[in-house]
Design a protein around this ligand. Structure first.
Ligand SMILES: [Zn+2]
Length: 206
């Protein structure tokens, strides 16, 4: 029986999505091919647009459209957070997605820094791969007085928090860690907003 190589390529490409194994990717690929062609093309175009027209903020690392990114490059002021924020406090997360979760859940008025994941040397994720060198540059400015570590409670998240804590000692910066009563190995995205708000307010100086 003949097989479509292009279809197999599409299935392989879909397996990069989180939680999508080969079987689910197959179902998705068949569904996409059976759908209205305009909808499928629209999805394909959105994927292309998002890879070529979304940038990360050079200060905090959240995702920005080209215009906002260009505007941020032209000023020292951090435009993502707007006015009236306490820029001496910086909350550090493992991803841009976690920044939005905290912003929605916790009553926080400081600034942010989103890493690109957590430290995992065996997987090739060292300090510079996850953006800790950029954080170091930011700490050097002397404007930051408190770091709030909101990395996950996984082994990698704890290792990342420890690494940043050691770095902060060098600059005499106070460091606090979100107090997670529950759950161990819980990544921020799986927690409800009350838990996050509580963990934030009860953060402990480390
Ligand atoms: Zn920013």
């Amino acid at each position: 029986m003949k097989e479509s190589k292009k279809l197999n390529d599409l299935i392989d490409a879909l397996t990069i999505l989180p939680g999508i194994g080969k079987k689910t990717a197959q179902r998705m690929a068949y569904k996409l091919l059976a759908s209205n062609k305009d909808q499928t093309l629209n999805l394909a175009n959105k994927l292309i647009d998002s890879t070529s027209e979304i940038y990360t903020c050079p200060i905090c690392g959240i995702y920005l459209d080209t215009d906002d990114y260009q505007m941020q490059l032209s000023t020292d002021k951090h435009l993502c957070i707007g006015d009236n924020r306490d820029i001496s406090k910086v909350c550090i997360t493992e991803s841009p997605a976690d920044v939005y979760i905290i912003e929605k859940s916790a009553n926080y008025n400081g600034d942010y820094f989103a890493l690109k994941g957590s430290l995992s040397p065996l997987d090739g994720r060292g300090p510079s791969e996850i953006g800790i060198d950029r954080l170091d540059n930011r700490l050097k400015t002397g404007q930051i007085k408190e770091l709030i570590l909101a990395t996950s409670t996984t082994i990698e998240g704890e290792a990342t928090a420890h690494y940043i804590q050691q770095m902060a000692i060098k600059y005499n910066i106070k460091v606090s860690r979100l107090a997670f009563g529950i759950p161990l190995n819980g990544e921020l995205g799986y927690l409800d907003s009350d838990t996050i708000s509580h963990a934030f307010n009860e953060r402990k100086i480390i």
